[in-house]
Design a protein around this ligand. Structure first.
Ligand code: HEC
Ligand code: HEC
Length: 337
């Protein structure tokens, strides 16, 4: 790990040199920056490779109300591109007019995830699709019925046949197409990224101090690490919620109230925060980490009381705000009937 970080730091330095700038003197900040560099390409799994037509088909399905029993919901109802691919409410508003216990997470940067849902109960993005479709409080329809409905549409039949010549329309091909579309949803380049690649003016001095403090002092990078600011692991950070979290998947007491570390890209657009949507502002989140939440056996030992000055709080917030990308508006697909 440290070898890779050093190697990348050297690379960053040589980029700076070749663009005619003076190499930064502070190598420690350079190697920190290198740990958060945007990846150059999106990873796709070998059993579900990318094609433009597959992603386009997945996009149509993502926005198609035929994937809900009463034709009243699409994936975008709760993962709305205008709300950071979330829905802006604490617990998602379910299909049968009931609020769910958990907050809709963003679906940006899913290509870098290695388990899905707040408790990680799905191992693949493909398998995850079945969850909301079949859940009684969400889209409330069986995958078999979705396949039946789509099969009645000639244009879908033709498209599925081209993209999945072996199976045509099937549960698996629906899940694969949607997962492929989701993997193409990557948060846009943020001021923070421009700073990381050498533009000193891209973010404020306060945001720069915030980045250092995030890594050295505030302990945030113990869990929010890598370019998407998530280690994809599970922790109890001491929230009041009664949700048992990861324990419902593993049955293990040490996973009680543990949830997956969320990425922090575009965080400013994604309030309210946490698995239960219990915090409405980034200041509330920071205050939570100062106090360390509720001390209990399951709480991660990386979470503790961490006093911060008002300046450090402000710096952390400026840094978090510098993670908002230049994401482009999403056009709605034209659906066949
Ligand atoms: C009624 C609102 C609702 C609808 C409709 C919905 N979702 Fe979600 N989605 C949620 C909630 C809430 C969670 C978190 C649930 C949990 O963790 O138990 C979630 C979680 C996810 C995740 C996991 C994200 C992560 O960080 O692990 C993905 C991916 C996802 N949804 C994709 C979809 C797709 C694809 C569809 C359409 C087939 C869809 N969702 C429909 C509310 C919704
Ligand atoms: C022990 C690991 C850990 C540490 C340390 C940590 N976090 Fe978190 N963070 C998490 C987890 C896990 C969640 C989700 C918790 C939940 O919903 O139950 C989270 C949630 C968040 C959220 C809300 C994200 C969202 O999509 O709702 C923000 C913002 C955040 N953390 C910022 C920070 C900052 C800033 C620090 C440092 C002061 C920090 N975190 C330290 C693990 C950690």
């Amino acid at each position: 790990m440290s070898y890779i970080a050093t190697f990348r730091a050297v690379l960053t330095a040589s980029v700076l040199l070749s663009s005619g700038q003076v190499a930064a003197a502070d190598t420690s900040i350079d190697s920190l920056k290198a740990q958060y560099q945007r990846p150059e390409s999106i990873p796709f799994p070998a059993d579900n490779l990318y094609s433009a037509e597959k992603a386009q088909l997945g996009k149509m399905l993502f926005f198609d109300q035929r994937l809900s029993k009463n034709f009243n919901m699409t994936c975008a109802t709760c993962h709305n591109p205008s709300l950071g691919w979330e829905d802006g409410v604490p617990g998602a508003f379910g299909g049968q007019g009931k609020f769910l216990d958990r907050h809709s997470p963003t679906i940006l940067n899913m290509a870098w995830g290695d388990s899905f849902f707040w408790d990680g109960r799905s191992e693949t993005l493909e398998e995850q699709v079945r969850g909301p479709v079949e859940s009684a409080n969400e889209m409330n329809i069986s995958m078999a019925e979705v396949v039946e409905r789509l099969s009645k549409v000639q244009a879908y039949q033709d498209m599925f046949r081209r993209v999945f010549p072996d199976s045509g329309i099937s549960s698996n091909s629906v899940m694969k197409a949607i997962a492929t579309y989701e993997r193409t949803l990557v948060s846009g380049t943020a001021p923070f990224d421009r700073w990381v690649t050498g533009d000193e003016q891209a973010i404020t001095e306060s945001a720069k101090r915030g980045f250092e403090f995030f890594n050295n002092g505030a302990g945030c990078s113990d869990c929010h690490s890598g370019w998407n600011f998530s280690d994809n692991k599970f922790y109890d950070i001491g929230l009041a919620s009664t949700d048992e979290g990861r324990k419902t998947v593993t049955g293990n007491d040490k996973d009680l109230k543990a949830f997956k570390t969320p990425g922090l890209r575009n965080i400013q657009q994604r309030a309210p925060y946490m698995h239960d949507g219990s915090m409405t502002t980034l200041d509330q989140v920071i205050v939570h980490y100062i106090a360390g939440g509720i001390p209990r056996a399951s709480r991660s030992d990386k979470i503790k009381v961490r006093p911060m000055t008002a300046q450090q709080m402000q710096d952390l917030r400026s840094f978090l705000e510098s993670l908002t990308g230049d994401d482009q508006p999403v056009s709605l697909p034209i659906l066949p009937f």
